[in-house]
Design a protein around this ligand. Structure first.
Ligand code: DGJ
Length: 702
């Protein structure tokens, strides 16, 4: 049984972990435990505040500066009374009362889901905390539903998905992903001290700058060892993480929708559901934390989790906006010869699109470039044995477009302010149903009329002047309604065209999260395709997302200092693609590309569906090592990359992981079969000179 309930306390158990909380003697819903599963149910602690913190003294409670809410680690604090920790909920009632006092009402357990019903002590406001146990993945999912059961509106000013508590009294380090455009997913580690560390997006998308992922450890965890508590928010808009250490040694990570500029008018009879936060604990370091998320994403989140993704060609870095039938056919011929399986035409194909000044919004083929529509090109691509994919950027409009001339009021704006353009484009207000319907109709038509099996959905700017002048209700609902609008469009299109694989791109990795992965199988990780930079970007990305979601192209970036082999090896660590100007590649390059593509096709089940091990980190080591192992631990592949070592004579040793200790394995390039234990303990020396790389396959003996 995964959920144990007794005397108003609950223990949620996964395969290896447990999470416990209950109603405190004071009536507050208090957190009690999150960590390794313990042998007996009685092992889980009771009221922490009573047993541990106060230890027989009531001094903290009595002294007026420290309300009980500051001492009891609450599951869902609301800032009621003398409580000054970060609340999860902030609301104003119609009479001006600005706090919420939640009382426990009842609990419901159904299979793997627990609902805790709370109700305001005075007002008809219900808050239901939802917990779902994902046993096999050692994860717990939390979300919250708030219902207005009264007859006057309630204004929500903050409504977070969860507050996750770390064991009380510990000293912790926060690990997070930081970045910017073309430099996403940089791993940062910093100690948590008293106060609040905030990570957030205010950009209307997830953003390149931070990702809604946290990993908290005791400062000593590595890839294989140590306690790590980690979590994500499945949301593609403004979000916030507040990692707080209180003055009573309580560390908690709150996560949810960003409350910055947020308001939601909860009308009588209506409810509001937060996005989910999914979190877990492991005592096996950051490597295991990633694997739990990867399995969960592949098996429960993405639409085509079991599918192997095709090797694609993308036109962007080759032709930019200069696409037409004959040039694309030229590329398609070379691509097919190399073994590419999916031909994707990027930006530039639609009405009036010759540069980034015009066209967005007019989603039909440009009459000059494609006088007979897209079908002749698509047919040619099919004849060459490849599938066809297309780029779109549906949320955007150029002022120079038919759509904008017809509907200038469809964009996000304040009427009295200039409309700040980003890349000469404005953002359509996706909160408006008529905008959603326009996009659904246009893209639906494209997909119905053309045999397209892959769509790259892009989004190339962040918000400005976040106005919604003709909103019928609270205009600050824009932040949430926009994202829900995007989800509705995407979901409708997915339902109508279930065979299509979607890629989420926002100028690279600006929209990478578990919310969008419900629709998109892949993420375009970064516009930075320089392989040396990619090593770090991909390593950071791998903390959250599996390689099956990571589209990685070999382009001409870095060709002046990196061999083609190196560039291929980096991209082979994800879903391999080619984005180079193939017309400039000679016979030698084409032959080499063929070789790597063929190898990739052999090993992609291991890469896309297996387990990843980060053997050397571009953030801390002078080499990068990445290993993938099939789930049955029978086959694997090792990649090693050396950028620059002051002493290139010193041996570079990789210690493989994930092998069965007593099974015999052969590793390509090394004589003889040895036990998994031997390879893992003694390692393999990879001879690399500066700016070189290697790939080695691993075979287990039956
Ligand atoms: C930004 C994307 O990240 C690129 O790959 C490319 O699709 C361009 N947009 C096209 O405008």
């Amino acid at each position: 049984m995964a959920i144990h309930a007794r005397e108003n306390s609950w223990i949620l158990e996964t395969q290896h972990t447990a999470y416990a909380f209950g109603v405190h003697t004071t009536g507050l819903l208090s957190h009690r435990y999150w960590g390794a599963k313990l042998p007996y149910l009685d092992d889980y602690p009771g009221d922490l505040i009573k047993d541990k913190l106060v230890a027989g003294s009531t001094v903290y409670e009595e002294f007026p500066f420290n309300g009980l809410g500051n001492l009891v680690p609450q599951e869902y604090p609301t800032g009621a009374g003398t409580e000054y920790v970060e609340p999860c909920l902030k609301a104003t009632f119609a009479d001006g009362v600005r706090d919420v006092w939640l009382k426990f009402e009842r609990a419901e357990v159904a299979d793997l889901e627990l609902k805790i019903h709370l109700r305001d002590a005075t007002y008809p406001l219900r808050v239901t905390l939802h917990y779902r146990v994902w046993e096999a993945f050692d994860l717990i999912e939390r979300w919250v539903v708030i219902e207005n059961e009264g007859d006057t509106p309630v204004t929500l000013e903050r409504i977070w998905s969860a507050q996750w508590h770390l064991p009380i009294g510990g000293h912790y380090r926060l690990n997070h992903l930081n970045g910017r455009w073309a430099n996403e997913f940089q791993l940062r580690r910093e100690p948590l001290v008293e106060g609040v560390k905030v990570l957030e997006s205010r950009r209307i998308t997830t953003s390149h700058h931070h990702n809604p992922w946290f990993g908290v450890d005791r400062g000593t965890a590595d890839e294989e060892h140590g306690d790590v508590w980690f979590g994500v928010l499945a949301w593609s808009g403004n979000w916030k993480i507040a990692a707080e250490v209180t003055d009573f040694s309580s560390t908690r990570v709150s996560i949810g929708l960003n409350d910055w500029d947020f308001r939601w008018s909860l009308e009588p009879g209506q409810s509001f559901t937060t996005p989910s936060s999914i979190a877990g604990y492991t005592d096996q370091g950051f490597g295991a934390a990633s694997l739990h998320l990867h399995d969960y994403i592949r098996e429960t989140v993405v639409p085509h989790g079991g599918a192997l993704h095709k090797v694609l060609f993308n036109s962007w870095e080759t032709t930019f906006f200069d696409v037409d039938e004959s040039s694309q056919v030229q590329f398609a011929k070379i691509a097919a010869e190399m073994g590419i399986e999916l031909f994707v035409m990027d930006d530039g194909w639609f009405h009036g699109r010759n540069d980034d000044y015009a066209g967005l919004g007019d989603w039909w083929p440009d009459e000059k470039k494609f006088p007979h529509g897209l079908s002749p090109l698509i047919e040619r691509v099919h004849q060459l044995g490849m599938d066809f994919g297309l780029w779109i950027e549906p949320e955007m409009v150029n002022p120079d477009s038919v759509l904008y001339c017809q509907h200038p009021d469809w964009v996000i704006h304040f009427p009295t302010r200039p409309r700040t353009e980003g890349r000469h484009q404005l953002i359509l207000n996706m909160a408006k149903p008529e905008v959603q319907d326009y996009i659904i109709n246009k893209i639906d038509r494209l997909l119905a009329e053309n045999n397209i099996t892959f769509v790259k959905w892009d989004m190339n700017r962040n918000v400005s002047e976040p106005g919604w002048p003709d909103a019928t209700g609270e205009p600050r609902e824009l932040w949430v309604r926009y994202v829900r609008g995007v989800y509705r469009v995407w979901e409708t299109l997915r339902q109508r065209h279930p065979h299509v694989t979607w890629q989420s791109c926002s100028g690279g990795g600006g929209r990478a999260d578990l919310g969008i992965l419900r629709f998109a199988d892949q993420i375009w990780v970064s516009d930075n395709t320089i392989p040396t930079a990619r090593l770090a970007i991909q390593a950071g990305f791998s903390h959250v997302f599996p390689a099956s979601t990571m589209e990685a192209w070999v382009t001409d970036m870095g060709e002046e200092f990196l061999p083609l082999e190196f560039r291929f090896h980096v991209s082979m660590c994800g879903v391999l693609g080619i984005g180079a100007d193939l017309r400039q590649w000679g016979e030698k390059e084409i032959a080499e590309a063929k070789k790597w593509i063929a190898l990739y096709k052999e090993i992609r089940p291991i890469i896309q569906q297996g387990d990843v091990y980060r053997l050397g980190s571009p953030f801390t080591d002078d080499f990068t090592g990445v290993q993938y192992m099939s789930k049955d631990q029978m086959s694997g592949v090792l990649f090693a990359f050396l950028l620059h070592r002051v002493d290139p004579v010193a041996p570079l040793i990789l210690y493989p992981r994930g092998l069965i200790p007593a099974r015999l394995y052969t590793i390509e390039g090394y004589p003889g079969a040895r036990s998994g234990a031997a390879w893992m303990k003694t390692g393999v020396i990879v001879h690399l000179s500066n700016f070189s790389s290697a790939v080695r396959r691993i075979w287990g003996e039956k």
